[in-house]
Design a protein around this ligand. Sequence first.
Ligand code: LLP
Length: 418
Amino acid sequence: MKDVFSYKDNELFAEQVALTDIANQFGTPCYVYSCTKIENNWLEFDEALNEIPHRICYAVKANSNLSILQLLAKLNSGFDIVSQGELERVLRAGGDSQKVVFSGVGKPAEEIKRALDVGIYCFNVESESELERINQVAKQQNKIAPVALRINPNIDARTHPYIATGLNQNKFGIELALVLPLCRQIKNMSNLNLIGIGCHIGSQITEIEPFQEALDCLLELIEQLSAENISLKHVDIGGGLGIRYRDENPPSIHDYVFALRNKLKERKFDIILEPGRVIVADAGILLTRVEYLKHSNHKNFAIVDAGMNDLVRPSLYNAWQDIIPIYKNDFSKQTYDIVGPVCESSDFLGKNRELAIQPGDLLAICTAGAYGFSMSSSYNSRPRPAEVLVDKDKMILIRKRETIQELYMHEEGIPKWI
Ligand code: LLP
């Protein structure tokens, strides 16, 4: 597919909408997403999986805007959630609770109760004590909770250590040696029904082998379980497929699915996937305006109106995201650190970027659709940015820019203590 963010006469467009028009109408900083790209990414998964029973459970944490969830719900997507907040978003967006898997290591009792009330598809359980808690909550409600065990297969996903989750040292999943005894134990827990097994070994994984290894490990467990007459409805291979931010060469969605599906053909269970980043990352940019240029004997800084509070990935993971001008020109380029207004030296969006820019110019920080807005904060009391969805020639405001008053409204109208 042609890139949905492309230049026409040296001006950058999102689908058929000029990004300058979005900046003029909604201000900056502003996240802009392409509807077509999100749909196509999701459909690529669905089509590649067409011959095997499957469910794509989009990982809501990547981008949890209601309109985006709605778009995916219309495609019949399932959802992977990690909190009640995410669950309520999915329901509000018209998502089907029967297609929800609930992941995460720290599910509180009230959130388990709510998930049972609305009838989610299953809980991805990460510890013995969580199993006990779910059993107890289900018992109080006179329900049987569907559960799947998330395994920690101790596989190196070869990604940034902060987003690797499948190694023994990580807090996630159940250690391999404990899985079979726990499965046997579940049989004796009155209010649990074991329906699946799964894993999620990390994020931004750019090779196929770790996924294959993880799947082999799950398939072996399934065989051991069936030898004990424990049969499962599904295997969940998690999310984690990486994308190209700079020069990475991740497998395409198609190649990733094909590498795994050969192992799954002729099996009698469903496969669940939990992709987040690959669905939304390359469908989004962060639009920002240059406020000041600052030159010293050591460095050139372009100070822009977006900061680490709007997009934390560069400062948190030292992540690279391309930064490109909205208008291309032939002026001579200089090397800049692109930094925000936040009072931290870690407040950078990109270092050593070659750009020909002036104050007032607009820039796009690319591949910002995943873990961009969803990780934003109002640090330095900066209202969070607006979000705009582009659908062909239409621009739709899908989240208003936060207002200053909204920053402190929860601190007002409460008893004075001084
Ligand atoms: N399933 C589970 C249980 C997860 O924990 C995650 C992501 C996913 C699925 C989706 O993974 P994806 O397909 O998006 O890689 N903030 C980091 C990424 C953190 C990922 C956390 N878990 C970043 O900006 O790179």
